[in-house]
Each structure stands twice: as C-alpha cells, then as structure tokens.
Write a protein of this length. Structure first.
Length: 316
C-alpha cells in the first residue's frame, strides 16, 4: 500500500534521507542502450547541472549522489533552520530563479505601496515558497520535471519518463548515514562500470576528489566533511570516509581480494560496528520496502511521529 510522502518524512527525528528515482520506460536516462545502439551518456551531465542549480537555491544539502543508467541516488540533508533565517526578499529571489513571480509580488519587491489585503497575499506566498524551498518533494519534482522535459524533447515523444513516485529512506543514525553514503558512492563499482571509486564518473566521491582541480564547473554543492565541528558539516573526516569506501568496495565483492587496513579500525570502533554488521547495513539500501534505517527504538519513534503504529525494520 502506498504511504503518503508526508508520513515518510519526520524532521524531528532526522534531517537525512536517501532518495532513489527510476525511469519508467525502456529508454535510458543515461549510458549506452545495447538494444538501439544509441548513447545517452550526455544526459548524466543534465542531472549534475540541475543538481548544481537546485543545491544552491534550496535549503537542502547533498551528502552523496550517483547518476546511473536508468536511475539516480541522492543522500539529502534537509535544513529548515537555514530556510527560516532567509529574509523575505531572499526567499523571493530564490523562487524567482525557478518560477516567474506573480505581478503582485513584483510590485512588492520593487517597493510599491500595497494595501493590507495585497500585502497579506504576498506574505502568504512567501511563506509557501519558504516551505517549498526545504521540501524534498519539491526538490525532486523540479529535478525530475526538468530532466523528463529534456529527454522527451530529445526522444521526440511524450508521456511519463519517471516512475510515479521516488523512493525515500530515513537515515536515523550516523552509521546509517555513513553506510548509505558509501552504498551510493559504490553504485558504479557494483554495476561493473569501473573498479575504483576515484574513477566513478558522476558520483559525489569523484566530485570531492576532483573539485580542487575544476572549481569552475557548476557541480552540486556537497556538504563538507568535518573540519571545525560546524553543525552543517558531515560528522566524519574525509580521509576516514575514503578508506571506508575503498575497504567496503573490496569486502562487499566476493570475487575481489582485499583486507581491512590496520589504520581503518578506529572509525568502526567509534560507530560501534563490527565488519559483518557494517556490510549487512550497506546492503540494506538495495532491498525493497525499506523506508527507514536505524536503531530499533529510533525506528519506532520515527513511525509514531509519522502517524504510524510501526514501520518495517530490517534485521542486521
């Protein structure tokens, strides 16, 4: 049974969510179509470009992303406090980068005197826009509509390009967030598109490694890793994350030989995870029907806040 999106998001429990959106028809989002022999590889850049725009306008941070042949993965952090601190003019300017203003808002922005009912309408619109600018649903809606429009125009057809709904999973613990980010960054390796994270094109890990060399490219704004303990930072050191992704990429593939580096141990100990439990948690994100990942008590609290008696919790 389909569950309303509002009952799958609870910001009082976590700001972090894993989002997956898939194409509905046979034509590829990206990559090479072996059936027709046509390449859609250039469309990956469409996704990255739009993510770059939206990440600068929305109060939603991007922790990780991967653009695959017929779907994409995002790990997002919703930042309602950031949106709440925007001035009314800043909200209007951000919205204007996405949509045209109504004439009444344009008059208000230009400093014209408005009567009280007109001003009330403007303030109502601004409050609505502020809410939408930290909404995952609106973020994905604008991303998908733009991509569908471009793809349909290029394919010379009409109709649905995406599945009706994107899938989301709440990440309630630091270990769930870290496991999901690693899962997303390792998607090209699991699909045998490459054998090293540093060569995984159109992923957040590749962008993080390349960004100093290509600062002029309009790439998605990625949340930084911890350096000064700021609240907007991810609670890990980037070097630890790189070692973790590399080790997980080796260990999760039974046909590859590898070992856990001696210097890698502390991050697992800090999260209270052993190797077997960690690998099980990383594989959760490809299973159907998993809407929330975290400890049992946190999962049940999340369910109550979403108006549900319980939510399915995978065993580790």
């Amino acid at each position: 049974m389909t569950i309303a999106r509002a009952r799958q998001i609870s910001l009082q429990d976590t700001p972090y969510y894993h989002v997956v959106s898939r194409c509905v028809r046979r034509a590829f989002l990206c990559g090479d179509d072996a059936h027709s022999g046509q390449s859609y590889e250039h469309r990956r850049q469409w996704v990255v470009n739009k993510l770059g725009q939206l990440s600068r306008l929305f109060a939603i941070g991007i922790c990780a992303y991967a653009v695959m042949s017929n779907h994409y993965h995002l790990v997002l952090k919703v930042e309602p406090d950031t949106a709440a601190n925007w001035s009314e003019r800043e909200v209007a300017e951000r919205w204007a980068a996405l949509f045209q203003w109504p004439h009444l808002v344009r008059r208000w922005y230009q400093g014209e005197a408005l009567i009280e009912p007109e001003l009330a309408v403007v303030q109502q619109l601004l409050a609505q826009w502020r809410e939408r600018l930290h909404s995952i649903s609106w973020f994905i809606r604008l991303l998908n509509e733009n991509l569908a429009r471009q793809a349909n125009q290029e394919d010379g057809c009409k109709g649905h390009f995406w599945e009706g709904r994107f899938k989301s999973q709440a990440l309630l613990t630091e270990s769930a967030l870290l496991a999901c980010m690693a899962y997303v960054d390792l998607n090209p390796i699991r699909a045998a598109l490459t054998d090293r994270p540093e060569q995984s094109e159109y992923t957040s890990i590749k962008q993080r490694l390349d960004e100093p060399a290509a600062p002029e490219v309009l790439s998605p704004l990625l949340l930084p890793f911890a350096s000064q303990g700021k609240p907007e930072e991810l609670p890990y050191a980037f070097t630890d994350y790189l070692m973790l992704v590399d080790w997980t990429g080796r260990a999760i593939r039974p046909d590859k030989r590898g070992h856990i580096p001696a210097q890698f141990g502390p991050i697992l100990e800090r999260l209270g995870l052993d190797a077997v439990r960690w690998l099980k948690q990383v594989t959760l994100f490809r299973r159907q029907g998993i809407r929330v990942v975290g400890d049992r008590d946190q999962c049940q609290q999340f369910a109550r806040h979403c108006g549900q008696r319980r939510c399915h919790q995978p065993r580790l």
